[in-house]
Design a protein around this ligand. Structure first.
Ligand code: MET
Ligand SMILES: [Zn+2]
Length: 764
């Protein structure tokens, strides 16, 4: 048996220091590079990442954490779970990317949509949901992970394959019909896991990491039993040592189950749940290695190493050091690559931060402290303590005026003046929209031309006036086009926005921005979350001038477009020195100021996007009520400052909303546009079931795919929706913003969309 790695990470970000993965994959999609060029580039990237980890002092590196698009999709392919509709594609990358993004190749008569995409636990990473057919035949294709393992071993590294464990894999998959438990496939898939592990061991893997985050959730008896069955089976393979990784929550009531599994190491997320350590030290047999996830894989703050050491010392009192692994709390997938490129952050702030590369260094320092004693790393610990102290005492962090505004909020600040029915009458009176009003969710294609101009402006290659003029032309053309094709409620297109959170953060105090702090959101898409380091307030009106201009481009209403407080919070790297609820209320007040200013300026249909409200939900039910209270309150605080006739829209996407329905209701928006195209009609059952009264625009087609939906298929969808929703409440819109799409697709799709409304109006 190989020795226990002293320090490791659960996974490393895939994109590369300069988003090489994104660039390679997108170049391949655009047929600018060949498949072999793509393979070469990504192989090089993996090598760089492993060598970086080794050079920082990790003795064992994860492999298989790389993915062209998404690791759950990789697992679907690994086990041969490829829905029949993809049989028309070429096996290999074409099929893989068709599952990821859909494929339209009219010349070959191919038009297949992608798999469903869902958020990965409470992160902003999205995974593709494997879809298991009723009569699914599973078949192992381990090429990818075996190849990657060989690559790492060939570099002379100790490599640990990372595989999503059988129970988590099945729990995150769905059956083709959506009914029944995916766990019923366990007997069929387990032999493939067995075969896979045998292959990995035969190739030279000493340890295999099985990711089982589901083990840290509220699980039912069937799932618990599945854990027992699965791991009993896997334990039979000789030569395999398992590191079972739980993360994003604590084991809590599943501790005994976890402790009873016949495995060699158990990983605990001690950032999310440090309290679980003590119980684990008692419950987990001494023969089992404990992996201590003490460095936060979810934020960008330098760790307080003294606190990490406290936990490690607690563990070291109960276990010998060679039965402990110092680890990241979860995969570092959710943090940017390295601070190296952050040449524009001021030294004080930069000294408070740690990205993936720096986090590995922290892990190594803690591991050396454990194995060699604290004196061996005294300089590193002292520097860390100084940085922590500097952040704690800096006067950039605290703004008393903001704090006192939050403290003096009144009950009435959280409510509109009248209930929905009264507001609705006032709004109908004011806008006189037709039945089935058409609208879009906000953004229009962010073309390379737009990005180029923004980059030139940032580099001062063009003046602010020139940039402004450019944006106004784009906005005007976009509005006129919408007007011409017959959309009812227009949007300005969001051309001035790089990103829906960053754009607002730039005009809020307490926010900082990185140059290169990208994290993967889905596929090749990355986001660069702002860093909230201090108390938040609005420094100046943010969207008012743009909204005023937009309204001059058409007599039809143009929606004001804001990002909601919960989403700004959720998609930023948030300070960890005060409760999230406190930061959220501060942001809500800043957005409220903007909402009120928009109304004053004559923009009286205002959309406050909250796509992230669902993903902020704590993974354990015990935390739900508290979260839903402050998050919904924050939305209400942001939107309640307007008169009855001002119509507040909100938009949500890519989540399972049924579970938080009462909270959505309590947000009290006048119109909600909601992603629906990928999650079938079950959402609408909930609207009906809960007696939702306000207006709704369930997304009619999936904007994440380049395929153009036909009038017929969208009309079909609407018809189904009308089984649940009254025609008086229904809006007609896509399921999200269009910024990732090309103009050609957008023109065709929206023209079809408007036609849907026209035809329906004739029938109702
Ligand atoms: C992820 S939700 C996006 C909403 C935003 N208004 C847009 O259209 O891009
Ligand atoms: Zn959206």
């Amino acid at each position: 048996m190989s020795s226990v790695p002293a320090a490791t990470i659960l996974g490393f970000p895939r994109m590369g220091s300069n988003r090489q993965l994104k660039k390679a994959v997108e170049a391949f999609w655009a047929s600018k590079i060949s498949e072999s060029e793509l393979l070469d580039r990504t192989k090089q990237l993996r090598k760089e990442h492993w060598e970086l980890q080794a050079s920082l002092g990790l003795k064992q590196v994860p492999v298989g954490d790389f993915s062209f698009y998404d690791h759950m999709l990789d697992h679907a392919v690994l086990f041969g779970i490829v829905p029949e509709r993809y049989n028309v594609t070429k096996p290999g990358l074409e099929c893989y990317f068709a599952m990821a993004r859909g494929l339209q190749a009219p010349d070959r008569g191919i038009d297949v949509p992608s798999l469903e995409m869902v958020k990965w636990f409470d992160t902003n990473y999205h995974y593709m949901v494997p879809q298991i057919a009723e009569n699914q035949t599973f078949a192992l294709d381990s090429t990818k992970i075996i190849d990657e393992l060989r690559e790492a071993l060939a570099l002379g590294l100790d490599a640990r394959p990372v595989v999503v464990g059988p129970v988590t894999f099945l729990k995150l998959s769905k059956t083709a019909s959506g009914a029944g438990s995916t766990l019923s496939y366990l007997p069929q898939i387990l032999p493939l896991y067995v075969e896979l592990i045998k292959q990995l061991v035969a190739e030279g893997a000493k340890w295999v990491q099985l990711d089982e985050p589901v083990l840290a959730l509220d699980i039912d008896a069937e799932t618990q039993e599945a854990y027992r069955t699965a791991y009993a089976e896997l334990a039979k393979i000789s030569g395999a040592q398992y590191l079972v990784a739980t993360y994003f929550a604590g084991l809590e009531d599943n501790l005994e189950l976890a402790a009873s599994l016949p495995i060699q190491a158990l990983h605990l997320d001690l950032v999310r749940n440090p309290e679980q350590l003590e119980g684990a030290l008692k419950a987990v047999p001494e023969s089992v290695v404990l992996s201590l996830g003490v460095i936060n894989g979810r934020n960008i703050w330098k760790a307080d190493l003294s606190k990490g050491l406290e936990l490690i010392n607690t563990a070291a009192k109960a276990r010998p050091a060679d039965k402990l692994i110092i680890n990241s709390s979860c995969s570092l997938l959710h943090t940017p690559h390295s601070l190296d490129a952050e040449t524009e952050l001021d030294a004080e702030l930069k000294n408070w931060l740690a990205f993936s590369t720096e986090k590995i260094a922290e892990i190594v320092v803690l591991s050396r402290a454990l194995h060699e004693g604290v004196d061996a790393v005294k300089a590193e610990l002292d520097a860390n303590a100084a940085a922590i102290q500097s952040r704690r005492t800096s006067d950039r962090v605290s703004n008393p005026a903001v704090k006192s505004r939050v403290v003096s909020l009144k009950e009435s600040d959280f409510s509109r003046n009248n209930e929905f029915s009264v507001r609705q009458a006032a709004q109908h009176d004011k806008y006189k929209l037709p039945l089935f009003p058409t609208t879009t969710i906000g953004s229009f294609p962010q073309t390379s031309d737009i990005r180029r101009n923004r980059a030139r402006f940032r580099k001062s290659e063009i003046t602010a006036e020139q940039y402004q003029e450019y944006l106004e032309t784009a906005t005007r053309e976009c509005i006129e086009w919408q007007d011409n094709i017959g959309i009812d409620v227009l949007v300005h297109g969001e051309f001035e926005r790089n990103d829906m959170v960053e754009f607002f953060g730039e005009n809020l105090s307490g926010f900082a921005f990185t140059r290169n702090g990208w994290v993967q959101s889905y596929g090749s898409r990355c986001v660069k979350p702002p860093v909230i380091y201090g108390d938040v307030s609005r420094t100046r009106p943010i969207t008012v001038e743009t909204a005023k201009f937009a309204q001059t481009c058409s007599p039809k209403p143009v929606k004001g477009m804001l990002t909601g407080p919960v989403t700004i919070l959720q998609w930023s790297f948030v300070r960890d020195d005060q409760p999230r609820s406190e930061t959220c209320k501060q942001i809500a007040l800043a957005i409220r100021d903007e909402v009120v200013d928009l109304e004053t300026a004559g923009t009286t249909i205002i959309q406050v996007d909250e796509p992230a409200i669902r993903e902020g939900l704590p993974l354990r039910k015990s935390g739900w009520d508290d979260y839903l209270e402050w998050s919904v309150d924050s939305f209400r605080l942001a939107t309640a400052g307007v008169v009855d006739s001002t119509q507040i829209h909100t938009h949500m996407c890519y989540s399972e909303f049924n579970t938080i329905f009462p909270a959505i209701q309590r947000m009290d928006a006048d119109v909600i546009t909601i992603e629906n195209a990928k999650s079938d009609l079950k959402l609408l059952h909930a609207f009906e079931h809960h007696g939702y009264k306000a207006e709704i625009g369930p997304g009619l087609y999936d904007i994440h795919s380049p395929r153009v939906p036909s009038v017929q298929e969208m009309k079909e969808r609407v018809r189904k929706m009308l089984n649940y929703l009254s025609p008086q409440l229904l809006w007609i819109n896509p399921d999200c913003g269009l910024k990732t799409r090309g103009w050609e697709e957008v023109r065709s799709s929206l023209t079809n969309l408007v036609e849907v409304a026209r035809e329906l109006r004739k029938e109702y």
